[in-house]
Ligand binder design. Structure first.
Ligand SMILES: CCCCCC/C=C/CC(=O)SCCNC(=O)CCNC(=O)[C@H](O)C(C)(C)COP(=O)(O)OP(=O)(O)OC[C@H]1O[C@@H](n2cnc3c(N)ncnc32)[C@H](O)[C@@H]1OP(=O)(O)O
Length: 264
């Protein structure tokens, strides 16, 4: 199966042009493995260079899940070299999305824990399906792992300092209604309207002249991006050291077992 479907230059009946729709389709739960992350980065890079493209909507082709976050199997029982490569790809995805010149809208049509939530938060606007069975948040501490500073910064820039303390320390996963209340998502709609609402929202964002919007976005996000840019290698080393610890590997193993048992 292809990992991603990309429809660029969408032309709708409402005359919306220059908008690409990226649909993640990595069964069963769009966990972000090296391959999917690489595919996403290459696609975004191409769109970024395509002068006819002004906006990107990212969504999921998998039922009930936007993205299950980072693929735990890329961090569990793998060599330090592999973990390092994987982490560079996670950094790359974040840098490309957070710093994108395009208008980016996340059409969150299912659960979006951890790395999935991070990916949604890099976008300019988030629309989530109003289904109480779905959840979103940075739940890393529940796995016994610590979200790196740039995950924390992204959350803090989205929901503020105090909410970040609670959300990150407790590893909270929020229902769509709770996520709307704290500002983690911007709008809730019935599940079958997520994509059409994203398209409507895109029209509003595209009404702003690109250069003014892009410079403003960059002014707001640049300090956060620069922080990772100037610490990329240390961040990789830090990750590899942390994830290779026996205690962390054990926690990940226990968590994977729990996921399988929950299913049974
Ligand atoms: C110094 C730096 C420190 C490191 C910081 C690293 C930060 C990490 C951030 C992360 O993103 S870690 C990943 C966190 N993700 C989660 O906790 C989500 C776990 N998954 C779920 O809660 C559920 O799967 C779901 C997304 C709500 C979907 O539920 P559903 O019932 O539809 O599907 P399941 O039956 O639970 O899962 C199907 C299948 O997929 C496997 N799986 C699920 N999530 C992951 C994952 N993130 N990575 C790898 N595999 C995953 C799950 O075990 C099932 O496998 P099988 O039993 O079918 O083999």
């Amino acid at each position: 199966a292809t990992k991603m479907a990309l429809r660029a230059g969408l032309r709708s009946k409402r005359g919306l042009t220059g908008v690409a729709v990226m649909r993640m389709q990595s069964p069963p739960v769009n966990s972000l493995n090296l391959e999917l992350l690489t595919d996403i980065c290459i696609a975004l890079e191409k769109l970024e260079m395509d002068k006819s493209c002004r906006g990107l909507i990212i969504t999921s082709n998998q039922p009930k899940v936007f993205s299950a976050g980072l693929d735990i199997l890329e961090m569990y029982g793998k060599s330090p070299e592999h973990c390092g490569e994987f982490w560079k790809a996670v950094q790359e995805m974040w840098l490309k999305f957070y710093g994108s010149n395009l208008v980016t809208i996340a059409a969150i049509n299912g659960s979006s824990p951890a790395g999935g939530c991070l990916m949604a938060m890099t976008c300019d606007y988030r629309i989530m399906a109003d289904n109480p069975r779905y959840s979103i948040g940075l739940n890393e501490t529940q796995l016994g792992i610590v979200a790196p500073f740039w995950f924390k910064d992204t959350l803090m820039n989205t929901v503020g300092h105090r909410t970040t303390e609670m959300a990150l320390e407790l590893g909270l996963l929020y229902s769509p209604a709770e996520a709307l209340k704290i500002g983690m998502v911007d709008q809730l709609v019935p599940e079958d309207q997520v994509l059409t609402t994203a398209t409507e929202a895109m029209t509003k964002w595209l009404a702003i002249p690109d250069h003014a919007r892009q410079i403003t976005k960059s002014m707001i996000r640049k300090p956060t991006i620069d922080k990772l840019m100037s610490n990329r290698e240390d961040d990789v080393k830090n990750f590899v050291k942390f994830i290779s610890k026996d205690s962390i590997q054990k926690s990940l193993g226990v968590y994977l077992e729990m996921l399988k048992k929950r299913k049974a």
